[in-house]
Design a protein around this ligand. Structure first.
Ligand code: CTP
Ligand code: MG
Length: 231
């Protein structure tokens, strides 16, 4: 009898939030009475999609132990790494005795607290029988320019351009192999790019535009607005 397929979440949460420039890492900024990271984890937990959630936090992170969710039975702590890809790989390694090679892993940025259960289930429902996996993405509405030294060299064909969001969903062992193979390569800014370098063609699934990544100070107010709208 084959083992029923499981879904795991991996949450990279070991960044310092340089562009946010806030005095503490952005995953610990407050949003409506809870930290950004608590929102993100509570939404993943509430989706009831996951057998467990591996969270990569810095070794010297003094905020994490104070969060009640840190002791939740479904949460597994992992060490953060130098780059986002290193943190993801570390979290995958923390799952090595739990996840089977063919289990699905959904990697989701800690800094995207507005993720909805509907988008998680859309991604899973669309790709669970896929060979490779794929990502939530958004079409680009603006006209996009190829620019060099302040001058426009040309206009990109927007019909082929999508913005990569998270979660990004891949098979456990395939993702781990791809990240290990390309460790230290600065071109690996998301999970899909690691699979692309392996010659794979991950799928895109159109996600919701309110699944923003908190990157700059103004994004916090925007996340707050979207959360109110979602209620
Ligand atoms: N991240 C991580 N480990 C790193 C770098 C980033 O786990 N070494 C995580 C961040 O905590 C965040 C997600 O990856 O949840 C997306 O990265 P980004 O938005 O770039 O966050 P930061 O790296 O913290 O921000 P910045 O680049 O502005 O410093
Ligand atoms: Mg970063």
């Amino acid at each position: 009898m084959t083992r029923p397929q499981k879904f795991w979440a991996v949450v990279p949460a070991a960044g310092v939030g340089k562009r946010m420039n806030a005095g503490r890492p952005k995953q610990y900024l407050e949003l409506g009475g809870k930290t950004v990271l608590e929102h993100t984890l509570s939404r993943l937990l509430q989706s009831e999609a996951f057998a467990g959630i591996a969270v990569a936090v810095s070794e010297d992170d003094g905020y994490w132990p104070d969060l009640p969710v840190a002791s939740h039975p479904q949460i597994i702590r992992a060490k953060g790494g130098i780059e986002r890809a290193d943190s993801v790989l570390s979290a995958l390694t923390a799952l090595r005795h739990l996840a089977a090679d063919d289990d699905w892993v959904l990697v989701h940025d800690a800094a995207r607290p507005c993720i909805t259960a509907s988008d998680i289930h859309l991604l899973i429902g669309t790709l669970r029988d896929d060979d490779v996996g794929g990502i939530l993405a958004l079409a680009s509405h603006d006209t996009l320019k190829n620019v060099d030294k302040g001058s426009i060299l040309g206009t990109l064909d927007r019909s082929h351009i999508w913005r990569a969001l998270t979660p990004q969903m891949f098979r456990y062992q395939a993702l781990k192999n791809a990240l290990e193979m390309h460790q230290g390569n600065p071109a690996i800014t998301d999970e899909a790019s690691a699979l692309e370098l392996q010659g794979q063609q991950p799928k895109i699934v159109e996600g919701r535009p309110d699944n923003i990544k908190i990157t700059r100070p103004e994004d916090l107010a925007l996340a707050n607005f979207y959360m109110e709208q979602q209620q």
